[in-house]
Design a protein around this ligand. Structure first.
Ligand code: HEM
Length: 198
């Protein structure tokens, strides 16, 4: 009997496996705060979303990443979250810190891949969140813009994103950095959850 744990062949699968427990924990802590029970609670969830999308926004402007992921700039959802807050008559949170991925030379590609994996992947789970938001009368045109499906559909977009991610050649040390960055990104969302939903 083979008792060895199989290491997935693709980086996207390794990222998924490495962050699975953290993602589970995050889902649970978000849902425990009942973000879809009232528009007031949902507003606090939007503050979390604003925080994480603000953290990654610099990556969507980084030229080396835009060269890897076609149309990356247009995928940034920070403006949509800002509009969602405005739809509900709410303001974006005040920040006394720089976005987590801001860096004068730009974030290293391995780290950027980890952060982008987390934030772009969250678009997949957003299908469920949009369904709940719609039950509260919100929609892709009001209050839940940032949860909208990408034009090509969630699954095709995610498949294409993962193909590009998996096509980037990383050595072992760089992969470790990418996975650590994905963990950092999830930990950052957890911090924002504690701040706004805790
Ligand atoms: C801002 C918070 C969140 C982040 C950053 C996030 C991140 C991610 C990532 C990276 C993936 C892709 C995993 C992969 O297949 O490699 C994913 C998928 C998924 N997420 Fe989340 N997630 C968040 C919140 C939630 C919440 C609150 C729920 C619901 C309880 C949820 C449910 C799901 C589900 C069901 C999938 C899989 C969808 C599918 O395979 O069709 N997520 N999320």
């Amino acid at each position: 009997m083979n008792t060895q744990t199989t290491i997935p062949a693709l980086l996207s699968d390794r990222l998924r496996a490495a962050t699975h427990p953290t993602h589970e924990q995050l889902d649970q802590s978000i849902m425990a705060a009942k973000p879809f029970e009232s528009v007031e609670n949902y507003g606090r969830f939007l503050a979390v979303q604003h925080g994480i999308h603000r953290d990654v926004a610099p990556l969507y402007e980084q030229s080396d990443l835009a060269g890897l992921f076609p149309g990356l700039t247009g995928r940034c959802r920070l403006e949509a979250v800002g509009q969602d807050l405005a739809d509900l008559g709410l303001k974006a949170p005040d920040y006394d810190e720089a976005p987590a991925t801001a860096s004068p030379e730009g974030l290293g590609v391995p780290e950027a891949l980890g952060w982008l994996y987390v934030v772009e992947g969250s678009n997949l789970g957003a299908a469920f969140l949009l369904k709940y938001a719609k039950k509260m009368g919100l929609s892709e045109a009001h209050g839940a813009r940032h949860l909208a499906e990408p034009p090509e559909g969630r699954a095709p977009y995610w498949k294409a994103f993962k193909e590009t991610l998996n096509g980037v050649v990383l050595n072992e040390a760089e992969e470790v950095r990418a996975i650590a960055a994905a963990e950092t990104a999830f930990a950052r969302v957890q911090t924002l959850v504690r701040r706004h939903l805790g």
